[in-house]
Write a protein that binds this ligand. Structure first.
Ligand code: GTP
Length: 596
């Protein structure tokens, strides 16, 4: 297809504003998916995505559309919606010329709409404002057209009104995509350059790489080069998705599609990387490439120690499809053998954990998530800490922690509670704007560690669910952080070490010590539980001694019952973990780790 007849677009929307439903309706109206094949949310192929109603992996579909007496080729590129995948979103946007900014006509603009809109504007995309769900009785198209027009600087009458559910207005939207969006531009005679905006692992085909060709063309059977690694592969197949993979004789300027090289690991096809042809390679890669980098770490341990090899195999398999997942073996005195895993964010962690449990039938314990700290010692040596228990002792000169720029959107009556929350989380207000009289956008810089903890839950409860939150990583900053250890009879329990702000160390110490006192059964002797910063004890609780006499209940009773009880006691001992001389049931650790 000549570039003049190509339009590449994506749909950006807050969660539940109806992106998938609208995409499905477009597939149907363009005849790509026939009515009888149509199942809800055609594009969300993974079960887990469908169940959670979120899109994890972006994909691209080609749709023919007849407008102004010509057939155009529309490529709809699906963007992942969640904050954890910001980098992937930005690459998907970079593959488009325009974006449909979809807003629920009964809800108005939300934080995710804004964050993605800013990303789209950074990428110079043409924005088409659209109100969705106008069939809803609660829809307020007038009010929200104004809001949307105010935000992007257009006339309220330019805001399209559609219903993905009934199909109303969707044909007009497809026509507007053709007329408003510019065609892709590129140099057809230049060496081939294509940007990777996603890659997925397919059991049968190996890695399927999604690309957008910028210059030149790629053809099957030629040798291609991944510019970030210089790795060379043979291009076994290239084509477009419509709605299944359709092989073609090549992809040219502005075209979007997939390629297959037979590699088995998505790390060979990195999002943001540039693909070129080995025979006549481009000299300069397309800008914006970045290595995937985990932001949040957590220890994953099998509930049953004998599942450790299964967990290792499962992680190896998941990694094929998830370039951002990192892991390495780790041992914990409290939890046994497991892995320290790195994730893009909390949702990513939850998804991986759920897939491990569901697809590999594992029961897992995960430790409290933490961020990466850069610790510089007085003597100038620097370490990167991904596990609080490895935080160095001794003279620390500086600790740096990752920070994020957060956008919070809420009804203006909640400004007070939100400010209070953000201040308590060491946030700094960057600015505040009213989108309308009753809705405000607040911009904060916050430590990622504070968001990872329970920020979102607290935000929701303080605003009765009305606030929405979006954030992007924004580098690191120096902070007054210390490591708090929890000691049982003088021995550290690794899983409970935490890096916290100095002002919160005492609160963490007393909370953890108190929790463990409740959970650990009495022993034959007194057991002190202490919280310490280095060698300084900041909190203490004591488990009083007791002699557990299981036979007391059966005074004079029959002997077989006594034997049974003794046996039961022995069984219970098996699931005990020894911390120094203290025996602790594993359940106590699990209960203490689960936040409530
Ligand atoms: P993610 O892709 O998971 O971010 O969500 P989404 O934005 O795709 O939302 P989805 O399409 O799953 O729609 C969310 C809910 O809104 C579903 O219950 C839909 O049935 C409903 N919905 C979507 N479009 C419309 C519409 O035009 N009218 C009405 N009444 N409901 C709609």
């Amino acid at each position: 297809t000549p570039p003049a007849q190509i339009r590449n677009f994506c749909i950006i929307a807050h969660i539940d504003h109806g992106k998938s439903t609208l995409a499905d309706r477009m597939l149907q109206m363009t005849g790509v998916v026939e009515e009888r094949q149509m199942r809800a949310q055609f594009l969300d192929r993974m079960d887990i995505e469908r169940e959670r109603g979120i899109t994890i992996k972006s994909q691209a579909v080609r749709m023919p559309w007849e407008a102004v007496d010509e057939t155009f080729c529309l490529n709809m590129i699906d963007t992942p919606g969640h904050v954890d995948f910001t980098y992937e979103v930005s690459r998907s946007l970079a593959a488009c010329e325009g974006a449909v900014l979809l807003v629920d006509a009964a809800q108005g603009i939300e934080a995710q709409t804004l964050a993605n809109l800013y990303l789209a504007m950074e990428n110079d995309l043409t924005i088409i404002p659209v109100l969705n769900k106008i069939d809803l009785p609660a829809a307020q198209p007038e009010k929200y057209s104004q809001e949307l027009a105010g935000l992007i600087g257009c006339d309220p009458s330019d805001v399209l009104k559609v219903s993905g559910k009934t199909g109303e207005g969707v044909e007009e939207l497809l026509d507007e995509i053709v007329t408003q969006l510019p065609p892709p531009v590129g140099d057809a005679d230049a060496p081939a350059r294509a940007m990777i905006f996603d890659s997925v692992y397919d059991n049968y085909r190996g890695v399927v790489t999604y690309v957008r060709v910028v210059d030149g063309a790629l053809h099957p059977r030629e040798k291609i080069v991944m510019m970030s690694t210089r790795a060379t592969h043979e291009l076994l197949e290239i084509g477009a998705i419509s709605p299944d993979m359709v092989a073609s004789k090549g992809l040219g300027v502005g075209e979007v599609g997939y390629l297959i090289t037979g590699v088995k690991d998505v790390r060979q096809s990195k999002v943001g990387d540039t693909v070129t042809a080995a025979a006549a390679p481009a000299t300069e890669a397309i800008g914006g490439y970045r290595e995937p980098r985990p932001m949040v770490y957590s220890g994953l341990y099998p509930m049953d120690g004998s599942d450790y090899p299964t967990l290792r195999d499962a992680l190896d398999k998941l990694k094929l499809n998830d370039a951002a997942l990192a892991y390495e073996p780790e041992t914990s005195a409290a939890l046994g053998f497991g892995f320290r895993c790195g994730f893009l964010g909390l949702l990513h962690l939850e998804i991986v954990r759920e897939r491990l449990e569901r697809e590999f039938n594992l029961d897992l314990i995960s430790t409290q998530p933490n961020v990466i700290y850069e610790v510089t010692m007085d003597d100038g040596t620097a370490v990167e800490v991904t596990n609080p228990s490895e935080f160095p002792y001794g003279k620390v000169a500086e600790v740096r922690e990752p920070i994020v720029k957060a956008t919070i959107l809420a009804p203006s009556e909640f400004i007070g509670p939100i400010m209070e929350l953000c201040q308590g989380k060491r946030g700094q207000l960057g600015g505040m704007d009213y989108l309308s009289e009753e809705r405000v956008e607040m911009r904060y810089t916050l430590p990622l560690a504070e968001i990872v903890f329970d920020f979102f839950d607290q935000l929701k409860s303080r605003t009765r669910g009305y606030a929405s939150l979006e954030y992007q990583e924004a580098g690191e900053q120096s902070a007054d952080l210390v490591k708090v250890d929890i000691l049982l009879q003088g021995d550290g329990v690794d899983a409970f070490s935490a890096v916290v702000h100095k002002d919160k160390a005492y609160a963490y110490g007393t909370m953890m010590a108190g929790k463990l006192r409740e959970l650990i059964p009495r022993q034959q002797y007194e057991v002190p539980i202490q919280a310490a910063i280095g060698s300084r004890i900041i909190a203490r609780e004591t488990i009083r001694a007791i002699r557990k006499d299981v036979l007391a209940k059966c005074y004079g009773g029959d002997i077989s019952r006594k034997r049974k009880l003794l046996e039961k006691q022995k069984e219970g001992k098996k699931r005990m973990k020894n911390i120094g001389t203290v025996e602790v049931p594993q359940e106590a650790f699990i209960a203490a780790l689960s936040s409530d």
